[in-house]
Design a protein around this ligand. Structure first.
Ligand SMILES: C[S@@+](CC[C@H](N)C(=O)[O-])C[C@H]1O[C@@H](n2cnc3c(N)ncnc32)[C@H](O)[C@@H]1O
Length: 201
């Protein structure tokens, strides 16, 4: 985890400049995340919020949401850019939130650095903090097999969406829908929308 934190810390300003505004977001991602948010009764978490643009955007639409991230530089940046929104330093593996209290968790490209054999930890944690019926939305890199690649910041993983969806299901969620998008200029993208089951296994 410290490798991921240190790698993002070194490039946080660059990342924020390039990807830290809603202008950098693909229109169909904005639509998917917005429609998720419009169904959520807060509180909600932007888990792995980075520079905090999603958190602030969703808060500006009326969602009671806070951002959580591992990287102090991102949390400081997000607080300075979006002083009206709450941002906390924290880990996806041990969220500072009461059990069964959250209406939604957004994990937009924040699980991409978890090794496949460790991803059950944050998924279980999302299941713990969500209320029954609460919704999880994941954005990720999609690919034909689970494999690592040299992401611009630090090693990341791509997943066949059905394999990641199976991990989500095992963590106590009902998978509602999956989305994929391919284009010539970007890595294949995936998204998984899931609802926390009544009882977490
Ligand atoms: C690719 S960035 C995505 C940031 C933001 N969600 C977005 O869509 O721009 C991945 C983010 O996940 C955060 N992250 C990765 N592993 C984490 C962990 N174990 N706990 C908390 N945050 C984590 C990183 O610090 C980084 O901000």
């Amino acid at each position: 985890m410290s490798t991921v934190r240190d790698a993002y810390a070194r490039r946080s300003a660059e990342y924020a400049k390039l990807l830290g505004t809603m202008a950098s977001v693909h229109p169909s991602d904005r639509q998917l995340v917005t429609s998720w948010a419009d169904r959520i009764i807060g509180p909600a978490l932007d888990a792995g919020c980075g520079p905090g643009h999603w958190t602030a955007y969703l808060a500006s639409r009326g969602l009671d949401i806070r951002g959580v991230d591992l990287v102090p530089e991102f949390v400081a940046y997000a607080r300075a850019e979006h002083p009206e929104t709450r941002f906390d330093l924290g880990s996806l593996d041990t969220l500072d939130a009461e059990t069964g209290t959250e209406g939604g968790v957004l994990a937009w490209y924040s699980l991409i650095h978890h090794r496949p054999d460790t991803i059950e930890t944050p998924l279980a944690e999302f299941g713990r903090v969500l209320r029954p019926g609460g919704e999880l939305l994941i954005g990720c890199f999609e690919g034909p097999s689970v494999e690592s690649f040299d992401h611009a910041v630090v090693t990341a993983y791509r997943w066949p969406l059905m394999e990641l969806a199976e991990q989500v299901r095992r963590a106590g969620f009902e998978v509602i829908e999956t989305h994929t998008r391919t284009s010539l200029d970007q890595r294949p993208h995936g998204a998984i929308l899931a609802r926390r089951a009544d009882t977490v296994r």
